[in-house]
Design a protein around this ligand. Structure first.
Ligand code: IMP
Length: 216
């Protein structure tokens, strides 16, 4: 995969995309983004699709595994994302294991403590959130786009908004953590927004967003 690339060899021409996620919040967020391009999103849960094991060694590989499984099972193009936090001084950990660091109970307070302990006295607190978005067709063709937001980590955690590691992440050029920001502000600068912009530029560029004029 080429990080950040925005040129696709295949454009999206249909009207329905399966969102390869069983997380209703994520399906809703992607559905809202896609509706701007006249595309209807259907969740994998709603279609009764099973979730494949995320056995990839990168965000892109896991996004492709999820999107490909949903595209093959549904016979429709499918979109999946995979994301996480990379801490520079920890050789990019927790990375693709970001959710796993919070354990079965998804205890992110504990995951944030674990990160602080792993960093110890290390002064370098640079980190980034990464998101890979994969759009796959039932014939196996896929397009993958990666987005990122750079920043640094702070302790103690601040703010009650967002999810996961948001309360310890301050994006570059800002003073507040993602956990302290209004959702709109975070969504404008997030790794997911960055990846989605690249996907749109490459695969949906020939479709009109509402502000660009009437839809076909
Ligand atoms: P997934 O891609 O939805 O499975 O997310 C993987 C994990 O990465 C999440 O459970 C969070 O721990 C972390 N993560 C991904 N994106 C964000 C974010 O925007 N804020 C906070 N944590 C995130």
């Amino acid at each position: 995969m080429t990080p950040g690339r925005a040129k696709a060899s295949r454009h999206f021409s249909g009207n329905v995309v399966v969102v390869a996620s069983h997380n209703p919040g994520k399906v809703e967020e992607i559905a809202a983004l896609l509706s701007d391009f006249g595309v209807e999103a259907r969740g994998a849960g709603e279609l009764g699709l099973s979730e494949p094991a995320e056995t990839g060694v990168s965000f892109a590989a896991n996004a492709i595994i999820k999107a490909l499984a949903a595209a093959r099972a549904s016979g429709q193009p499918a979109l999946a994302d995979d994301s996480g936090l990379e801490v520079l001084a920890l050789s990019c950990r927790p990375g693709i294991h970001s959710a796993r660091w919070a354990g079965r109970t998804r205890d992110f307070r504990a995951a944030m403590r674990r990160l602080r302990d792993a960093l110890g006295e290390t002064a370098d607190r640079r980190a980034r959130f990464v998101c890979a978005l994969a759009l796959c067709w039932p014939d196996g063709h896929h397009e993958v786009f990666e987005g990122a937001v750079q920043g640094h980590l702070v302790w103690p955690p601040r703010g009650t908004r967002g999810f996961g590691y948001d309360p310890i992440f301050v994006p570059r050029g800002r003073k507040r953590t993602f956990g302290e920001m209004a959702p709109d502000e975070k969504h404008r600068i997030s790794h997911r927004a960055d990846a989605f912009r690249r996907l749109v530029a490459a695969c949906f560029a020939d479709r009109q967003a509402p502000d660009d004029g009437p839809r076909p």
